[in-house]
Write a protein that binds this ligand. Structure first.
Ligand code: BGC
Length: 557
């Protein structure tokens, strides 16, 4: 039997079927196209794919406005195509999770159409209705760019309906046990196809209660535990990953006692990684772990740098938020909602050293890393596209027409491919990077492979060393007697650091990428020099190895 805790060692890869590869030449990515690229993903070494919503949808929120939960949007293929894709991914040792949009549907969903048609309709109670827009006033508005209220008047229903996101996304009413069951059945439908789990969208908002902020309510946790129970009873080895953009203390309950979510994104850490490198200071990063409570043994954090949304600053307040905007989005065109809609490479000025440094941090801090499609080759963005579309452009496979994404007329693409002179598909693409042994793509592949060789990355305990030089972040990961020492220079200048490695006296740091042995650790401070944005991954080996000389030198003739 496979290890039910597989997700602790996994390297995730997030992609949109629409954006990955177009198999039928209509300008929109599809499952047939994705199947053709599975060999690439296997070569890269990622072990679990997270697919963004691919269900029928009017696409007013890129598929998070679901109009049918148990079907595939025709543009992306058929259920048969999906099954074939899943089989092919499994054959290559990759698992697949998809988005489960629990909180709301599209207003085009037949449930909503029926619900609004009459107060007597069987589906009326699937949604949250009111005669007034004054209920639940303490709930914040999430999409402040576009929404003025969480209530919208529906002239057909002659009532207000509740929505935490866009007004075309009415919230489902989880006080209704029939709806609760309907969502469990939808989950079973996909799990029965062989799916490995769900990234559960927007989970803090399932229930509403007067006088509260309508987030993280006990009723919400009780329902989520029911979902988990169904998984444990009938679908062992499948996982639930929570999207709860909250402070760690509020995310902690989503793990329950190991009986709610298997995984949750660490949202507040993400901007602190960018802050740490920009301010050349380890404190924002280390402080975030001080605020992160321990989680049950059978649970795991998910660490990420970028995803399909804006780089959210909801978990940064005051000066930190201002600094992030100042440092990473001086041009207002780059801002969306409370955040920055940019990809990794442009955020980091396409500085390969910083890109590697930040990737190294998400690969070595506690949790499983997620790579957003295209970031492994340093794809760019297009801030002129509306909403968050600037980071959702076609994957760049080659310098061919449309970056090898589609054979169609470029004007028919679902979004224009990036074509500028730095990040455009002519220069930034998979094919050219596969041919260049020192490309970012090869580097990412190598780091993924190294990470997979060291279970301590996914499962080890964490200790920060807190050196006096606050430009150097140093941490230890320890698992089953294995000790890893990770040292990152967050600064754009060379640094020297003294580390107190006294407890590891007698061990020898062996650099993991090149295999070089460093001086043995003694009681004295361990001095390391690091290049600008440089970092080391060391294995602290138990005892000094054998004499490293080889050949005839030193032998008795
Ligand atoms: C998704 C967003 C989406 C929102 C509403 C999220 O948290 O990541 O892309 O717009 O949910 O469904």
């Amino acid at each position: 039997m496979t290890d039910p805790l597989w997700f602790k060692d996994a390297v995730f890869y997030e992609l949109h079927v629409k954006a990955f590869h177009d198999g039928n030449g209509d300008g929109i990515g599809d499952f047939r196209g994705l199947i053709e690229k599975l060999d690439y993903l296997e070569w890269l070494g990622v072990t679990c794919l997270w697919l963004l919503p691919f269900f029928p949808s009017p696409l007013r929120d890129d598929g998070y406005d679901v109009a049918n939960y148990v079907s595939i949007a025709p543009d992306y293929g058929s259920l048969e195509d999906f099954r074939e894709f899943l089989d092919e991914a499994h054959k290559r040792g990759m698992r697949v999770i998809v988005d489960l949009v629990l909180n709301h549907t599209s207003d085009q969903h037949p449930w909503f159409q029926e619900a609004r048609s009459s107060p007597q309709s069987a589906k009326r109670d699937y949604y949250v209705w009111s005669d007034t827009d004054k209920r639940y006033q303490k709930a914040r508005i999430i999409f402040i760019d576009t929404e003025k209220s969480n209530w919208t008047w529906d002239p057909v229903a002659q009532a207000y309906y509740w929505h935490r996101f866009f007004s075309h996304q009415p919230d489902l009413n989880y006080d209704n046990p029939v709806l609760q069951q309907a969502m469990l059945d939808i989950m079973s439908f996909w799990l029965d196809q062989g799916l490995d789990g769900f990234r559960c969208d927007a989970v803090p908002y399932l229930f509403e209660r007067e006088g509260t902020i309508c987030e993280n309510l006990p009723e919400t946790h009780a329902y989520l535990k029911k979902i988990r129970k169904r998984i444990d009873e009938a679908y062992q080895g499948r996982i639930l990953l929570a999207e709860a953009n909250q402070w760690p203390a509020d995310v902690r309950p989503y793990f329950g006692e190991g009986d709610e979510f298997h995984m949750a994104f660490h949202f507040p850490l993400m901007p602190r990684l960018f802050l740490g490198v920009r301010s050349e200071d380890w404190h924002p990063i280390v402080d975030m772990f001080t605020h992160t409570p321990p989680i049950p043994d059978n649970c795991q954090w998910c660490l990420f740098l970028r995803n399909h949304d804006e780089l959210t600053l909801e978990m940064c307040a005051g000066e930190e938020r201002d600094y992030m905007y100042y440092a990473y989005a001086r041009d207002p065109l780059m801002r969306r909602n409370i955040g920055i809609a940019r990809r990794l490479a442009p955020l980091l000025d396409n500085d390969r050293r910083k890109i590697e440094l930040l990737n190294s941090l998400v690969f070595t801090l506690p949790g499983s890393p997620i790579i957003y499609y295209g970031d492994e080759i340093g794809m760019g963005d297009n801030v002129h596209l509306g909403d968050r579309n600037g980071v959702r452009t076609p994957m760049q496979w080659s310098a061919d027409r449309n970056g090898g994404f589609s054979k169609t007329d470029p004007s028919k693409l679902y979004l224009p491919a990036i074509s500028d002179s730095v990040y455009g598909f002519n220069v930034t693409n998979v094919e050219s990077q596969r041919q260049a042994p020192h490309s970012l793509l090869h580097w990412m592949r190598q780091m993924i492979a190294r990470r997979k060789q060291q279970p301590a990355f996914g499962r080890g305990a964490l200790t920060f060393l807190r050196p006096k030089n606050d430009r150097v972040l140093a941490h230890i990961r320890e698992h089953g007697g294995n000790l890893l020492l990770l040292v990152h220079n967050l600064a754009g200048s060379a640094q020297s650091v003294d580390l107190d490695l006294g407890p590891f006296e007698g061990r020898v740091p062996v650099e993991l990428l090149g295999g070089s042995r460093f001086p043995v650790i003694s009681k004295r401070p361990y001095v390391l020099s690091l290049a600008p944005y440089g970092f080391y991954w060391f294995n602290l080996e138990q005892k000094p190895g054998d004499d490293l000389s080889y050949g005839m030198e030193g032998s008795v003739l």
